[in-house]
Design a protein around this ligand. Sequence first.
Ligand SMILES: [Cu+2]
Length: 353
Amino acid sequence: MIEELWQQVLDLVSQLVIPDWGELINLLPVFMAGLAGLWLLRTVMRFASAGPTRRGKTRQKPAAPEGLHMPGPSFAPVFAAIGMGVLLFGLVLGTELLIVGLIIFVLSLLYWGREGLREYDHLVGAERLPVVVHPGPPAGVHMPGPSFRPILGALSMTVLFFGLVFGGWLLLAGVLFLASALLGWLADARGEYRKTVEADSTGHLENLPAPHYPTRLLGTFTVITVLAVLLTAGVLPPRDAEPPITGESPAPSGEGPGGGGPTIVAKDIKYDVKTLEVAAGAPFTIAFRNDDPPSVPHDVDLRSDSGEVLLDHPTINGGGSVVYDFDALTAGSYVLICSVHPFADMTATLTVK
Ligand SMILES: [Cu+2]
């Protein structure tokens, strides 16, 4: 009886001490929602207690400093938020809610736009007031001159990110592009520093002269990027007379050329065969062809059933082929595997008997 009770206590405790991580991870969104709710509650409470503190008997009305224009109160942001909320729920829960959310959102934006136009009309009406137009920033404020560097940086980052996904030459192009953009930026900063030093004696900080459109740099990198795309996609260099697959021996593990051993073809990061068989006690070869793009290397290594590396062959790039030599093996089961992509798709079982 006591033992049973103790067992139950243990079971209960074990749920806490050894939690079911899968279940806990499933609860993560609920946890996040809880956090968001707490945050919202805190915001509401702070909002309620914000504003001028009560001095004397009457609460003071909040007032902006003179010369500042504060927008009037508006429900438009609240409506838009509601519309956005319904829309997001619609994305999860289904089409009807999605359409309702979209309608609320668009209507609230139209309403907001109308409010904005009214405000504009109101300001235009005040045009006849004396207006002081300052040419440039107020005295004592220094604005940096115009620059193409941030745009170049963004463009090069784009190429770089595509390079991270598609690899190969595109990555190289992205790195080069980013490096040149950043170096240029650094040179500009150097120039600005010099101007600042000059300003110490002249008392006047001059901007660098406005830059020209970086047509040459952009042209160069457009060409490089296009070239990199073509190289990465395998369009260039043109492979001379790719041997057409004649379909004579479509058997996956059929006897291929090169030493009469079996053939493995890699395509889409996948071996075309899952099992191979060779005779025990005799050296043999495996002909290997890589049908992936040039930037995707593969190989065929030999490992024991327990994962020990027995033969580490060099990789070949896409479009290439090779005949790997194997020494005589004792009977048993071995693993053929690509060292670049050691996953199930690039693994085959070699049976030696
Ligand atoms: Cu591979």
